[in-house]
Design a protein around this ligand. Structure first.
Ligand SMILES: CC(C)(COP(=O)(O)OP(=O)(O)OC[C@H]1O[C@@H](n2cnc3c(N)ncnc32)[C@H](O)[C@@H]1OP(=O)(O)O)[C@@H](O)C(=O)NCCC(=O)NCCS
Length: 206
């Protein structure tokens, strides 16, 4: 309790250094159509359903999950490790309509620079409805107002048109093409880098 009230005081004083300082209720976000909440091991099957889809993973840095064990590895080694380190946040995206977990959206930070990178993936059944843009805007608002970031960036393979659109619609500006920026799936990829540095268009609520 003392830790929580200290964290809330620190939040108001612009002193949150780590997600671990935040009381649990600050980590759940609501948008008109979505709930963003912490992932649990019980989400593995819903994640596997889209993370094993080669169309979803065509432009992700990670390989398609071949079995549910890959999903458990992802949760244990990446997501829960991120929660333990307090250096970012990966939210499960729940559709209010279907009450299903339909994707993830995260902010992966470099705390010393007050910078984070946005990453996301969504089940194909839900593409093209503006849902990831809705989730990304909530994550960005959280990044500026709760994590006190100075820069939120996102990049995508130059061919990944829908991801570039999500970044643009979420208010990030195109900064340029970074050549051979990532080496993944046996080749070097050129990426489009986007970023936002102003929180003025991102009210914490609404
Ligand atoms: C990228 C992704 C998250 C987008 O989610 P989404 O909820 O469908 O995104 P939105 O509906 O908010 O926006 C998608 C935009 O891309 C546009 N788009 C999609 N395919 C397009 C195409 N081939 N040509 C032109 N525009 C296209 C849509 O029209 C929409 O833009 P609009 O609102 O201006 O019409 C989803 O496609 C996904 O999970 N892809 C696989 C994982 C991935 O690539 N993650 C990102 C790695 S960097």
């Amino acid at each position: 309790m003392a830790r929580q009230s200290r964290a809330i005081k620190n939040l108001l004083l612009d002193k949150i250094e780590s997600m671990l300082d935040l009381p649990e209720q600050f980590l759940t976000l609501q948008t008109p159509r979505l709930i963003l909440r912490k992932l649990t091991i019980a989400d593995a099957e819903d994640i596997f359903a889209y993370a094993s889809d080669p169309q979803v993973t065509a432009y992700t840095l990670w390989e398609a999950h071949r079995s549910i064990d890959d999903t458990y590895d992802y949760l244990n080694n990446i997501v829960f490790e991120l929660y333990r380190s307090g250096q970012g946040m990966d939210w499960g995206i729940i559709s209010k309509k279907s009450n299903k977990l339909i994707g993830t959206c995260g902010l992966y930070t470099k705390p010393v620079h007050r910078r984070a990178e946005l990453g996301y993936a969504l089940s194909r059944d839900y593409w093209g409805q503006g849902l990831m843009t809705e989730a990304a805007k909530a994550a960005i608002a959280f990044g500026f107002h709760v994590m006190h970031l100075q820069r939120i960036q996102g990049y995508c393979a130059v061919e990944n048109i829908s991801s570039a659109r999500v970044l643009e619609k979420s208010g990030l500006e195109f900064e340029g093409i970074l050549r051979n920026y990532v080496f993944t799936k046996e080749s070097a990829w050129d990426v489009k880098m986007y970023a936002i540095i102003s929180k003025s268009n991102f009210p914490l609520i609404g």
